[in-house]
Design a protein around this ligand. Sequence first.
Ligand code: SAH
Length: 464
Amino acid sequence: MQKNDVVTVEIEDMGIGGEGIGKVDGYTLFIKDAIIGDVVEAKIMKAKKNYGYARLMNIILPSEYRAEPKCPVARQCGGCQIQAMSYEKQLEFKEKKVRNNLMRIGGIPGEVLDAVFEPVCGMDMPYRYRNKAQYPVGRDKNGRPTAGFYAGRTHQIIPCLDCSLGVEINGDILRIILDYMEQYGIEPYDEEQHRGLVRHILLRYGFATDEIMVCLVLNGRQLPHTEELADRLSRIQGMASITVCVNTDKTNVIMGTEIITLWGQSYITDYIGDVKYRISPLSFYQVNPVQTRKLYETALEYAGLHGVETVWDVYCGIGTISLFLAQKAGKVYGVEIVPQAVADAKMNARINEIGNVEFYAGKAEEVLPEFYANYAIEHPGKQARADVIVVDPPRKGCEESVLETMVQMQPQRIVYVSCDSATLARDVKYLGERGYEVVRGRAVDMFPHTCHTECVLGIQRKHM
Ligand code: SAH
């Protein structure tokens, strides 16, 4: 096979990025936007020795799993990867991905997974689920200010004011901001030249409260005619917070660190279950509130609390899981690396009048081992113990020193919440070799139409 060859291929499998996989005379091709079951015509773009990447040219025979994407730019936009696949098939793909990793990397036999895994938890309505949208701002073909999303792997903006994963009101808000920019000649930011003012527009929506947040990320501190913009935006029902975020660095990190309030409050509030959270533009907050609730309820169920337990919530963010667990635990300790998130966690504990939580700012791989070592010094002859440990690490999973200390603390149960089942499987293998077995499990679809998935495992200490 060579570059520019055009081949006909049947798609038999899907890669971890949602791309279709097919074979031509034993040569494997990865084809973005092709769906399992399709027969397609594809042009080879990059040919390696045993495999290559091809571009979908024509669908010759559409797969029975094809679905009409809701979004007109589903294929160009880098946000979604599998919108053209039926939602049922998406769920099957995600569950399979999690289970494959647990078998292949984690060494857990398929029969065990069959016995402990619950059906994948999908959404009833898998569109308009996101409470957060970050639109880069640029210029359209005619040079007018526009907003949209980056195409896959590039910083080319695909104009799109109404992403089908976000709430409908986002389009109205963006139109107000873009009209205002055009009217007053306010420049969108140009990444290459590091010139212009408006870089990104961050929108958040409290699903439980209907409160709206608008934050304009600026290459500067001043927005001309601020009052006019604030006046127009504040007429939108539910508007609660209009801010700017200063980011004058030549960087592709979206947010800066300084927030200036233009109108209303500097935050919005939202609920997950009965717990109230205060969310500022810089806070991490799960983007899919409907599924987050199911995820946390699953975690709480797997934790098996009776109101007296000592629980650790490692990688706790703004304390979302910690506060959820605290309602049923004796005491919850949270650990989180971002100091601002810890401050938010403490504030969230206060506004909910939850007293049985304590938060530590620092790296889990330092805080947890130090806590364990100090405890032994302060309580001679004793050892720090936990009844339940919940971890929800970033994609790279837990550091070995975190896992090591967890095992030393001898919890009855570990609840592992993961956004990357490959590192989850690696960590489960480590725990498995030290007396912990997987007894519950469930994939939770937090990100319909993308290839990402979340997973919760209930892990139990074997009686030895
Ligand atoms: N449980 C929270 C957040 C999960 S995201 C929720 O559901 O909302 C993972 C969190 O781990 C992030 O808040 C990130 O800042 C934090 N984190 C990343 N590396 C860390 C480390 N080495 N030690 C502690 N926390 C870390």
